[in-house]
Design a protein around this ligand. Structure first.
Ligand code: SAH
Ligand code: SF4
Length: 373
């Protein structure tokens, strides 16, 4: 079996148009392309054998030209609150995680009826992360490798299939929402992210609505520009500080694209009517959680259609930070609201299974690779 990095390309990463060209080359009827795409991306086929209404010779021809590296379920942990964390094993033995959250949206409800039944998957885009944020467990892994578009998409397919088995939601696609907030920096793997989004939003595939898909970034400004120009998905920014000095210390990416440039890119981001950008702000005890921080943050966001998600720090062994003190989170939120900024406190989901924000890391630390110095 070849791997994503091996000699054969991953069939799951191919857009429908490429399958169309392939069928023409193989002198197959054009409808076969759509049939294959639907097997892969609507029904989530794990193997060529499953595609029982494709001629045997065609399946053999496909298998000779393409690999179909399907993620294996390495571990499944289920939280008391309904959250499920899956650790997947890639064809080359890397571990990546996805987190399922029932009845949680992407933190931005403006375009949604209040009580829609939501089933959200938090998706990973890299094995580890190169960005080096001081509070995040994924950072301690360094970047081991990029995930391919097929591997990004397959997290969604494997999760959907498993949820159907568990009797959650409607087959074949129990998931309603996707957030790219798992392991890795999505915009540091832009091409694969974009190819994966095109498949995941395709009407012949899983057919997610762009209103239900959010990409979160630590602030890679050129990637934000491209995302805005080339897709229609929603944007979340991990801001986490109210001044450049504070953000430089927590997030090395800020030294390259400081807050002013980042927020200028946010102001330019194309926004549909009623949409808002979500700003994530991890509250670190004694570091970024003072009244002054809250007031500065409100001033920074003035004029941007914004919503702040406050995330009380999830403590990780070996990392220097602590959770904010009692009362701090509410006081911080109240100051933001008083400053005219909508702010919600993100409930800590799946903490009992280490599935909460910033707690995703699989396997022992490796040599760290940094994207930004
Ligand atoms: N790399 C992208 C996508 C990952 S999102 C990004 O950073 O936006 C992961 C989110 O979890 C980020 O908003 C990050 O600020 C937050 N986070 C990281 N470590 C955390 C921790 N220990 N406690 C709470 N939130 C954390
Ligand atoms: Fe990477 Fe995001 Fe964690 Fe920073 S917060 S290290 S960008 S995953």
């Amino acid at each position: 079996m070849s791997t994503a990095a091996g000699p054969l390309p991953d069939l799951r990463a191919e857009p429908l148009e490429a399958l169309g060209r392939l069928m023409a080359e193989l002198r197959e009827k054009p409808f076969r392309a759509r049939q294959l795409f639907r097997w892969l991306h609507r029904r989530g086929a794990a193997t060529f054998e499953e595609m029982s209404d494709l001629p045997r010779e065609l399946r053999a021809e496909l298998a000779a030209r393409y690999a179909l590296p399907t993620l294996a379920r390495h571990e499944e942990r289920r939280s008391r609150d309904g959250t499920i964390k899956w650790t997947w094993r890639t064809a080359d033995g890397q571990l990546v995680e996805s987190v399922y959250m029932p009845h949680v949206g992407d933190g931005d409800d403006e375009e949604e009826p209040a009580n829609r039944d939501r089933r959200t998957l938090c998706v990973s885009t890299q094995v580890g992360c190169a960005m080096g944020c001081t509070f995040c467990l994924t950072a301690t892994m360094g970047l081991r490798r990029q995930l391919g578009a097929g591997e990004i998409v397959d997290q969604v397919h494997r999760a959907n299939r498993r949820l159907v088995e568990l009797g959650e939601g409607k087959a074949p696609r129990p998931l309603t929402n996707l957030v790219f907030m798992g392991m890795g920096e999505p915009l540091h793997n832009y091409e694969a992210l974009k190819a994966a989004l095109e498949i995941l939003l395709h009407e012949e595939g899983p057919d997610f609505s762009h209103r239900h898909v959010t990409v979160s970034t630590s602030g890679l400004v050129p990637g934000i520009e491209r995302l805005g120009a080339e897709t229609r998905v929603k944007l979340a920014i991990s801001l986490n500080a109210s001044s450049d000095a504070g953000r430089d210390a927590l997030m090395p990416v800020n030294r390259k694209w400081p807050i002013g440039e980042l927020l200028a890119a946010c102001r330019r981001f194309p926004m549909k009517q009623g949409r808002r950008i979500t700003f994530e702000y991890v509250l670190l005890g004694g570091v970024n959680d003072t009244d002054d921080d809250a007031r500065r943050l409100a001033r920074l966001l003035a004029g941007i259609p914004a919503k702040v998600n406050l995330i009380p720090y999830n403590e990780n062994p070996g990392l220097p930070h602590t959770a904010p003190g009692p009362g701090r989170v509410e006081a911080f939120r109240a100051l933001l609201m008083a400053g005219g900024v909508t702010a919600v406190v993100r409930r800590n989901r799946g903490r009992d299974i280490a599935a909460a924000c910033g707690q995703l890391a699989a396997g022992p630390p490796a040599a760290r690779v940094r994207a930004v110095r």
